[in-house]
Write a protein that binds this ligand. Structure first.
Ligand code: SIN
Length: 279
């Protein structure tokens, strides 16, 4: 077994670290789980390679970090309602979640974390970008930070761009009990409940406007923030192989899977872990 001496290797200046010398198919033990959690809080997204985690073990590992919750719109894989299939088929042109976003920010209590495992990957492309929302906040001017600190954003599941990215999977396996639209108001700047750091919490996928303002009034600042949050120096890029696992913190990151592999299949399994109400 490889779990006695895990090593944490940062992959970029802004965020992201690969954790090596660990076999997740064997319960890593409390000490290793604590070390992974510390690395995750420090690096915001952690990656593992060459893991052979069948669905049951994937769920078991995820449960070491929190309570697994279901995705509202798409049914889980056979026998595992909590595991969402994130698939793009050879014939499809749109990839699930293919734009900058933080997962399901339109829920009152958006997930703390998401864990994704790659089952089948294209021969090239299909990488995922991640961005650090602490840095995005900290690099704004003092005046902008002061203004944003007092604002609330309205987040919706029904923005046209993001709705399009889930259409193929909804066609395959829509959940009958899903609402037409989920809407949640959250602070534009949230304080991470574990690190105490402030992070920008608006995203292109879901944020529609500032509370008490129209979409037109909100757009200039929101569009500026959407560009700002995706600055290359705030990001890292992960190249998937079958058996790669990523665990990211939705409270202080955004991600964007790159849609550059038309004609090839990419199959991932995803679970999300319960979070609190952003404050
Ligand atoms: C997602 O937004 O959960 C999908 C991420 C990916 O496919 O890399």
């Amino acid at each position: 077994m490889r779990n006695d001496r895990i090593e944490v290797r940062p992959v970029a200046g802004a965020l992201g670290a690969e954790i090596v010398n660990i076999d997740l198919a064997h319960d890593p033990g409390d000490e290793a789980i604590d070390a992974i959690r510390r690395a995750w809080l420090e690096h915001l997204v952690v990656f593992f390679r060459d893991q052979t985690l069948a669905p049951q073990l994937f769920l078991q590992f995820a449960r070491r970090f929190g309570e697994v919750i279901e995705y509202p719109f798409v049914k889980g894989i056979e026998g595992f309602p909590e595991i969402t299939p994130v698939i793009k088929l050879e014939s499809e042109k749109t990839n699930f979640g293919g734009l900058w976003h933080s997962d399901t920010a339109y829920l009152d209590q958006p997930p703390m974390a998401t864990m994704l495992i790659a089952r089948e990957v294209p021969p090239f492309g299909g990488d995922t970008l991640f961005a650090n929302m602490y840095l995005a906040y900290e690099t704004l001017s003092e005046g902008m930070r002061r203004m944003l600190d007092g604002l609330v954003a309205v987040n919706s599941s029904a923005k046209a761009d993001v709705t399009r990215t889930r259409e193929d999977r909804v066609r395959d396996g829509a959940k009958q009990d899903a609402k037409q639209q989920y809407v949640a108001e959250h602070p534009v700047v949230r304080t991470h409940p574990e690190t105490g750091r402030k992070a920008l919490y608006v995203n292109f996928g879901h944020t529609v406007r500032f509370k008490d303002m129209t979409e037109e009034e909100s757009a200039p600042i929101l569009n500026y923030l959407f560009q700002h949050t995706a600055r290359p120096e705030f990001t890292c890029r992960f190249r998937w192989q079958a058996g790669s696992v990523a665990l990211w913190d939705n409270r202080c990151t955004q991600h964007n899977p790159i849609n550059d592999y038309h004609g090839y299949r990419r199959v991932m399994h995803r679970v999300t872990l319960a979070g609190d109400r952003p404050r």
